[in-house]
Design a protein around this ligand. Sequence first.
Ligand code: SF4
Ligand code: SF4
Length: 395
Amino acid sequence: MATSDEEKKKAMEDWEKLKAAEKQSLQDYHTELAMCNICAFCRIRCPVYQQVKWESVTPRGKMQILRNVVKGWIKPTPEVARRIFSCTTCQICNDQCDAEVKPFNILKVARKEFTAQGLGPLSAERKMDKRIVEYKNPYKEPQEDRFNWLEVEVPKTSDTLFFFGCVTAYRYGETGKAIVELLKKAGYDFTITPDEGCCGMHPYWDGEMKLSADLAKENIEIFKKTGAKKIVTACAGCYSTFKNAYPELLGNFDFELVHFSELLLELINGDKLKLKKTTPIKVTYHDPCHLGRHSGVFDAPREVIKLIPGVELIEMEHSGRDSQCCGGGGGYFTEFPEDAVEIAEKRVREAEETGADALVTTCPLCKTNLDLAIKRLDSKLKLYDLSELVLEHSE
Ligand code: SF4
Ligand code: SF4
């Protein structure tokens, strides 16, 4: 496997190519849309197609629909928009397409354009974006309750700001606590901000460009107020938004950005965090699409797992860049919850086939969806955020 640096460089180059190649409107994509040779290689791995089995939601089907829209042969209607937004933003169709259509790039612009025309986002996501405007989080939770689970003092200022994200802050306090405990054990200096709010990921993928840019600007001001130079997050969605969306929305992102798996690796390798053997356990790792394919972080979580004494990592059939989506991204979980959980059930089955005792991930949104799937399947798999697994084995 390539090194983390190589993978990250490749992901960054891919993103920059995507940005450089990104065109202003769907009309500008008429050549790429005509290049689709309907081979269906993209369809094979599209999690949404595998779930609903409709040709119109495959990347190939979406390309045919959009070509007809661009040609003016069909009108962009709410029904057409529903097909276009039936996408978890897993991005695997780009890798699958040898004809260089890069369907995901086109879908990204289509989302913006449909939303600009009032056809997006779909209704549940629209409501979620409204909640984000009103409450700074998608759950309608009070700002003052964001860190209710925090039981220890954290310095008011530091060079490093830990950004938890809405899902961890309001729904996975135990993950938040595990992160703080690990940082304290390692003697790592960090701060948090009581002003932390939504990173803007939902509106960004909904094509709500003004709202996502407003949130990005607001967050940058909040980051600056803390005096931090480095932002660490354990959420794949927040990480990808800061890394990929903020430079696009604002022209730059002047902070060092680190995913918690990378910091954990540094702390363990630097002997700041000591690990001990407990009961031997076999685990498998689920790559969140927004940490892996979108951002190039594949190796750090694996290296951390391999450094834990008594923990054996077994890979799933689809892993790393070839990982299969959990079904939760791009607003799909919000808009199509039943299908999203059934997609997660397939991923859980794949994890079970490895013979692992536990499934580990590095994204609280993947964890939410996988958790529901594990419960519905009555699976014996134990589910961990990487931080929880490390804490369980820390001295
Ligand atoms: S990004 Fe993923 S879910 Fe969306 S069309 Fe491509 S393969 Fe399907
Ligand atoms: S893989 Fe590319 S060329 Fe083949 S059907 Fe999908 S979009 Fe079209």
